[in-house]
Each structure stands twice: as C-alpha cells, then as structure tokens.
Ligand binder design. Structure first.
Ligand code: ATP
Ligand code: MG
Length: 260
C-alpha cells in the first residue's frame, strides 16, 4: 500500500464553469483509511469536486493534493485511485464485454502497450467475484441492466487494488440487496485500509457507516461527524427540511422528516 497521511487535501478550491462559480473556496481533508461521504442537492458541485480530486478538472484557484502529493505530480500513483463515475456519464454503446471493462481497471498498473498477463486476468476475476458479476463476464456492457452495469464499473475501480476509492452515486438504479452488498463491501475495504470517498443521496443509509460527512452546496456547508449538532443543522439548511440523527447503539442514522 502507498505510504501517505492524507488521501485528499483540498485547499481553497474555486471552480468556474460557463462564468458560474460551481465550487467556492472549498477546503477539505480526508485522512488515510477514513470513510468519507459528500452529500448535497442536485447541482451542488459534488461531481465537479470529485473531478477536481481526480485531476479531470483543473480548479481556477486553490491547491489539490492526493496521497500527500500535488495532484499533477502523481504519475503512476494515479492508478491507485479507483473511480466509479456517476452512471449517466458513461458511454454504454462502447462495444466491450464486462470482462474487458473490468480488465481496463488494471491498465494503470500495466502501462500503455504492455501485454495482459495472468496476473491482470486474475485481478479481473477477483474484482468481478467481489461484486458478483462473474457469470456476466462475456456480456457486452451495453446489454446489461443499469444495476449490473454499475457493478461492472465498481469491479473496474477495484481491479487495481486502489488505495483511494471514489464512488459518485454508485447506488443509483441498484436494487436494495445489491446496495446492501455494496455498502458491506465498502466497509470491508475500509477495514483493509482503503480510503473511501462516497458521493451519495442515501444520507440515511451512509450515516451509519461513515467517519466524516461533507455537506456541499457550491461552498462547504459543513464537514463533520454524523450525529454532531453542526451536521444536523447543515443538513436542515441544505435540504430545507427537518432532519434528525437517531442513534442505534453507536451508529447514527439520519431521518428526514416529511413536510405536512
Ligand atoms: N461541463 C460543464 N460545463 C458547465 N457547467 C457545468 C458542467 N458540468 C457541470 N456544470 C454545472 O456545475 C454545477 C455543478 O454540477 P455537478 O455535476 O458538479 O453537480 P452535482 O452536485 O454532482 O449534481 P447531481 O446531484 O445532480 O449529480 C451545476 O450547476 C452544473 O450545471
Ligand atoms: Mg453529480
């Protein structure tokens, strides 16, 4: 595993897109081994912030460090970030099978132009096994259900044994059983030392798993531990409705109260 203290350090990040500020002065640190979640309403800038972390969007100002290194000096370490993109951003017409899609996750380690060996094939089978899609390995990705496709992209992100796993709303279109399996898998990865960054609208579910919650609405409304007063207040102001944390043992759950 890569040696580092902070998986992600964002300092004063501002992003403008089409003359609109979509991220405003965000400072956020995610420590090694933490399970962090980002929540916020549609258009809050969650995907934009994820792309800044991945080096896909260059901020207009501020600094980005991943694994304690400036993001543009990551080199081969970039392949130790696993990324599951938000589902509608994926081109599903691409004519590849599930196996080939997951195998692509090993290319960072392999380098461009090198031959695939049994090690990469083995890593691909292990990743497919983890998310339960081995039986779909020869299916074209375009001929999967939404949930099956999502699992294929999660397997792709796992194939290179990432130190940082970033998932952008991975449970969209995924059934309850698979969602439960995914969260169990994320907890398992965390116990193995993987840092997990999850963008999710499942606030009620993730609250019981996560170490820190970043509430984003263009700027950072709060960065807190689920259950803290600061967190509850931030959620209330962000979603405009009453939310409460219920405690089951040590595990806080968020409850969004319905309007009359
Ligand atoms: N390529 C782009 N060019 C211009 N503006 C963009 C672009 N991508 C996103 N935006 C704008 O930036 C803002 C943040 O978008 P972003 O996709 O980061 O939101 P989000 O929090 O991920 O939303 P959602 O919950 O719907 O996924 C939105 O106002 C969006 O319209
Ligand atoms: Mg998004």
């Amino acid at each position: 595993m890569t040696s580092f203290e902070h998986a992600v350090q964002l300092t004063n990040i501002t992003v403008k897109q089409n003359d609109m500020v979509t991220i405003d002065s965000v400072t956020l640190t995610i420590n090694k081994g933490n399970f962090a979640a980002i929540i916020g309403p549609n258009g809050a800038g969650k995907t934009t912030l994820v792309k800044v972390i991945l080096g896909l969007i260059r901020p207009d100002s501020g600094t980005v460090k991943v694994f304690d290194r400036p993001s543009d000096e990551l080199g081969e370490l970039r392949s130790k970030i696993g990324y599951v993109p938000q589902i509608f951003s994926i081109d599903i017409k691409f004519p590849v099978t599930v196996f080939e899609t997951v195998l692509m996750g090993t290319y960072g380690k392999l380098g461009v132009g090198k031959r695939v060996t049994s090690a990469e094939r083995e890593a691909t089978y292990q990743a497919m096994e983890k998310v339960g899609i081995t039986d779909l390995k020869d299916r074209p990705i375009a001929r999967l259900s939404g949930g099956q496709r999502q699992r294929a992209f999660i397997a792709r992100a796992l194939a290179n044994n990432p130190d940082l796993l970033v998932l952008d709303e991975p449970t969209t279109g995924v059934d309850i059983a698979t969602t439960g399996n995914l969260y169990a898998l994320l907890r398992q990865l965390k116990s193995e030392g993987v840092t997990v960054l999850l963008v999710s609208h499942d606030v009620g579910v993730v609250a019981s798993y996560i170490d820190t919650l970043a509430c984003l609405n263009v700027s950072l409304v709060a960065h807190c531990r689920p259950g803290e007063v600061e967190c509850t207040d931030a959620l209330k102001s962000m979603y405009g409705c009453d939310v409460a944390f219920l405690h089951h043992g040590d595990a806080p759950h968020i409850v969004v109260e319905e309007h009359e």
